[in-house]
Ligand binder design. Structure first.
Ligand code: AHR
Length: 521
């Protein structure tokens, strides 16, 4: 069974913007088993000389993540960065208030920044504006980036790191609009804290980019007034506004759930309008852009993190098993929907962070010495490995369906990137039963052939990778992609995410075909 054909038109001359590589970042939070038992585990046979799990880092390396946000998340709003530096045996074990557990502080700023260098991640550090002060924020910037013969540069050197780290992207707190946040406050008070902190931080390192907290969820009553007030009150030194969004499938309705990207598009477009409007009204030379620095699927394990006052006061644990969401195929489509939306809005979204990277709502799960890649893993990799270049406008003409929730939804959700002599097209087929024939028409370049085509799909929306069947939802080659001059054709399976890379150039096209298509439903 197939849908009516969809025509996707892209023109290499119709550029949205250069695609900022930082859009393919992650969040490494001190939460649950993300840091401990996730990337860092001295007791693991996989531990390298730094105590990091080689198997986890290898899997993360293949995701080619860019900006790595650290140390939170909610965690940062009660964190004293001084607890996590210096000789490990002298670091205090503390009660961690955001997630009500114990924090050993064995992994801290130096461990994180050294890991960033080894992994080629761009560090994106958050400062504590819950219980922390502008002075604490300035001192942290100095500890990371000042040269020796300064108080904090010498302190860092005494811990074994003489050369300053390069840390140029800083988050001014986390979700300060949320009542659950330690130090939650009014928008005016938060904006003042953020402005003061940024000024103090820039005294030490003038060129840093700063990200202020926007709304942590567009369903909050304060959205988007909070965002408007933060951007208006901060002044023209704000580079990015933080945006968060978690997708939920409470209704267990796949047709509705896989349309989530429509809401992401709306949220980005609305915040971009607010930002442009504030900039025009306030006379800023440029409008703040968006840092979508937490996004993912998160609902099955949400009850385990009820507001702190509801969490039973039992024995506090170190690295508790919390938010260990098991992702299925439809979750993978939703993550692809976020990524498609970020690419299409490349002019506005300049940073994005998959929350989180290991164990906690993550693409990678550890169990003892073993490791499992979740359904979202390959989807992220397929996008991230195709990020060099410019995002193109895409014109999609094809079948749609209607939902009361979102309005009209195209069955195919598409984005395109052009660079390094290649054109990459990502397409989600939201239909649960129909394959989708697609014709991709390319203007402005000749399509010389198919370089690679991969697809993530499965027999039903709930199929997932398990310890017994770890490869149930993994990327496979997408067969049957044909190319003739400037037109390509493919048949996309139901409930699938496909990424197709074409060789493009200015010369005459040639006919190229991958293997014949497999039978589809
Ligand atoms: O990613 C999990 C949590 O979700 C983060 O700590 C917080 O910022 C958000 O509410």
């Amino acid at each position: 069974m197939t849908l009516n054909p969809t025509t996707v038109t892209v023109d290499t001359g119709c550029v949205v913007a250069d695609l900022d590589p930082r859009v393919f970042g992650g969040l490494l939070e001190h939460m649950g088993r993300c840091v401990y038992e996730g990337i860092y585990d001295l007791s693991s046979p996989h531990a390298d000389e730094f105590g990091c799990r080689r198997d986890v880092l290898e899997a993360l390396g293949a995701l080619e993540m860019t900006a790595m946000r650290y140390p939170g998340g909610n965690f940062v709003s009660g964190y004293d960065w001084r607890d996590g530096i210096g000789p490990a045996e002298r670091r205090p074990v503390k009660v961690e208030r955001a997630w009500r557990c114990l924090e050993s502080n064995q992994f801290g700023t130096d461990e994180f920044l050294a890991l960033c260098e080894r992994m080629n991640w761009t560090p994106m550090m958050a400062v504590n504006l819950g219980t922390g002060t502008a002075q604490d924020a300035q001192d942290l910037v100095a500890y990371c980036t000042a040269s020796t013969r300064t108080k904090f540069g010498d302190l860092r050197a005494s811990h074994g790191r003489e050369t300053p780290y390069e840390v140029d992207l800083w988050c001014l707190g986390n979700e300060m609009d949320g009542s659950w946040q330690i130090g939650h406050t009014t928008v005016d008070e938060y904006t003042k804290r953020a402005r003061d902190a940024a000024a103090a931080m820039r005294e030490v390192r003038p060129g840093i980019e700063v990200v202020a907290c926007g709304s942590s969820d567009p369903n909050l009553r304060s959205y988007p007034a909070w965002d408007r007030a933060v951007m208006g009150g901060f002044g023209d030194g704000l580079d990015l506004l933080s945006v968060h969004r978690y997708a939920r499938n409470w209704h267990r309705r796949t047709d509705r759930y896989v349309a989530f990207g429509v809401l992401v598009d709306r949220q980005i477009e609305q915040l971009a309008r607010v930002s442009r409007d504030v900039a025009r009204r306030e006379g800023y030379p440029r409008a703040p852009r968006l840092s979508f620095d937490e996004y993912n699927v998160w609902y099955r394990t949400q009850l385990s993190v009820l507001p702190r006052r509801f969490i039973p006061r039992g024995r506090l644990r170190h690295a508790p098993h919390i938010l260990e969401e098991v992702f299925d195929l439809q979750d993978a489509l939703v993550v692809a929907g976020f990524l498609n939306s970020f690419v299409r809005h490349a002019d506005v979204v300049r940073v994005a962070n998959l929350a989180q990277v290991a164990n906690v709502i993550a693409p990678i799960i550890t169990r003892g010495d073993d490791l499992l890649l979740q359904s979202t893993y390959d989807v992220f990799r397929m996008f991230s490995s195709r990020k060099n270049g410019e995002a193109l406008e895409v014109d999609v003409a094809g079948p749609t369906y209607d939902l009361r929730w979102t309005g009209t939804v195209p069955f195919l959700d598409v984005s395109a990137v052009h660079g390094d002599g290649q054109l990459h097209v990502h397409a989600v087929n939201r239909s649960q039963v129909h394959s989708a024939p697609v014709q991709i028409q390319v203007a402005g370049a000749t399509v010389a052939g198919v370089r690679e085509a991969e697809v993530v799909t499965g027999a039903h929306p709930g199929v997932r990778n398990t310890w017994d069947q770890p490869d149930a939802v993994r990327a496979r080659p997408l067969a049957g992609v044909t190319v003739s001059d400037a037109t390509a054709e493919a048949l996309l399976p139901p409930l699938s995410v496909s990424s197709i890379s074409f060789e493009v150039g200015s010369g005459r096209g040639r006919l190229a075909t991958t293997q014949p298509p497999r039978a589809t439903t």
